[in-house]
Design a protein around this ligand. Structure first.
Ligand code: F6P
Length: 504
């Protein structure tokens, strides 16, 4: 059988599955928890309240074999080209010391350079600094924003403000209370060509200049994989932190892009994040597929998109500190796997990534959970919760958070009969629970790496390249063209009418 035939056979075997209700699976499979609950890198991953039954798992393992998941995983860690459309490796694992020897060495060298700069800033080589204005968008902002919001609540070494959107309102908000004399601007752009970031950087330089700073550019650190562009912009080479082209934007918090995390939370915390991610890398690399947390989660994702036609999946963080997790994951998952062709350029005739959405529990229970329990859409739900939070204002509140997260998962699964259909809950709605012992730099690093590898597995089984993002280019090009009166003539009548109405 050819590779494509065995892949097609593995898929058709999966598609034929008629899985009984989840509660029936619990009754039929006494060892269900042994197979679907995994402890990895200090985090519990419970996928038992899904429809992954024993034979279905076997069928997915057969798919993994036909799709050469293990070969693809080996290629990822070996630093081979896994991003064929851009002819690159994806070396975020090397940033955690888990890639190939040479990639690990380069990453460690760049991290040393970053550390020297962090030390110099802390030693006031830049004068007194009490705040960072981190300018970047997408992957160049979401990671540092999530990490510092999650881990910096007890206080940070330096205040971190993130400016992403090209909107004066966002800039006004980011600058509230900042002293231009003691604010370090960290301009982050892998390409150093992103319109929003460069425009915001120009505005920040004007803000510094307007406050009487003699040499505003001397208060800027640039982080980029394209140092020549930063130099051309006017940033001194000594204040540029490079990173490898092979680190994708949405994986870049592990590279020099993490400098704002290290400045805000301290070097030790940043290293602990890297170590947590590395622990998850080792789990993903070494654990057999049947007990591999990112692999099982990806099997579940695929079952719901392919067999049950679920168009979305939802993540609810039952912890205020993780309120930025969903926006972070949206980029990671949807920019990686929101594709329509395979890595070989062939049209894919099956759904790819589900739309990821979600929010924070328990708030979301009072807004969107109605649809999850009784609506007509099947939405696999994921609860992310933390067992201990010594810093919680009142331990009774934290207890309530956990009780609610667990109760929701149980309610989705069991449902409830009622004579009045409006009051009945169909049940058999899948959910997974991710339970952290505590939220710290190590566990956050491991959690993010779990989601990275799960996204990679899903792509590997679908045969797509998760590491490019050509889908974002057309809109950028057209935003430039629409500003040109001649090119605008080529736009559709609706868009031209909108432009006219807005006086543009
Ligand atoms: O437009 C999408 C994107 O290219 C993301 O992939 C990236 O994280 C973001 O823009 C920012 O890009 P850059 O770091 O090059 O400014």
């Amino acid at each position: 059988m050819s590779d494509s035939d065995s892949l097609a056979a593995a898929w058709s075997q999966i598609e034929e599955f008629e899985v009984p209700p989840i509660e029936a699976l619990f009754a039929a499979e006494p060892d269900r928890l042994d197979r679907l609950v995994t402890d990895a890198a200090g985090i519990r991953f419970d996928w038992s309240k899904t429809h992954l039954e024993r034979d279905l798992l076997d069928a997915f393992e057969a798919l993994a074999s036909a799709a050469d998941l293990e070969g693809k995983r080996r290629a990822l860690f070996a630093g081979e080209v896994v991003n064929p459309s851009e002819g690159r490796a994806a070396t975020h694992v090397a940033e955690r010391g888990e890639g190939a020897g040479e990639d690990n060495r380069i990453a460690a060298m760049l991290r040393q350079r970053m550390r020297s700069l962090v030390d110099a800033i802390e030693a006031e080589a830049f004068g007194e600094v009490d705040a960072i204005l981190h300018i970047g968008i997408g992957g160049s902002a979401l990671g540092p924003a999530l990490a510092v919001d999650a881990l910096g609540r007890g206080g940070t070494k330096l205040e971190l403000r993130t400016l992403a959107n090209i909107d004066g309102e966002a800039m006004d908000e980011a600058l509230i209370g900042l002293d231009p004399g003691t604010t370090l601007v960290v301009a982050v752009s892998k390409s150093f060509t992103t319109t929003e970031t460069l425009a915001n950087l120009e505005s920040a330089l004007e803000w510094l200049e307007g406050a009487g700073i003699e040499d505003p550019a001397a208060q800027v650190v640039a982080v980029t994989a394209n140092p020549d562009k930063a130099i051309a912009f006017g940033i001194d080479e000594t204040r540029i932190l490079p990173f490898a082209d092979s680190v994708g934007g949405r994986y870049s918090l592990w590279s020099s892009v993490g400098v704002s995390i290290a400045l805000a939370l301290g070097w030790d915390a940043y290293e602990a994040m890297l170590e947590g991610a590395a622990a998850m890398d080792r789990h993903f690399k070494l654990a057999p597929l049947a007990g591999n947390a990112p692999v099982i989660a990806a099997f579940s994702d695929l079952y719901y998109t392919q067999n049950r036609h679920a168009e979305t999946r939802a993540v609810f963080a039952y912890d205020e500190r993780l309120r930025l997790l969903v926006p972070y994951l949206q980029q990671l998952v949807m920019e990686s796997n929101g594709k329509g062709v395979t890595a070989n350029g062939e049209h894919l005739d099956r759904p790819t990534s589900a739309i990821l959405w979600g929010g924070v529990g328990t708030d979301a229970q009072h807004a969107v959970f109605q649809l999850l329990h009784q609506g007509s859409h099947l939405v696999p739900v994921e609860f992310v919760a933390v067992i201990e939070n010594e810093d919680s204002q009142d331990p009774r509140q934290h207890r309530q958070l956990l009780l609610n997260a667990f109760a929701q998962g149980a309610a989705l699964m069991t449902g409830r009969d009622h004579d009045d259909p409006a009051r009945a809950y169909p049940g058999d709605r899948p959910s997974a629970t991710i339970l952290l012992e505590r939220l710290d730099a190590h566990s956050l690093g491991a959690l993010i790496a779990f989601y990275e590898h799960r996204t990679f597995v899903e792509a590997a089984l679908l045969g797509i390249n998760p590491f490019d993002q050509f889908g974002v280019e057309l809109g950028k090009e057209m935003a430039r063209a629409i500003d040109d009166p001649e090119a605008r003539e080529g736009f559709d009548t609706s868009t031209r009418a909108l432009m006219e109405k807005a006086g543009l």
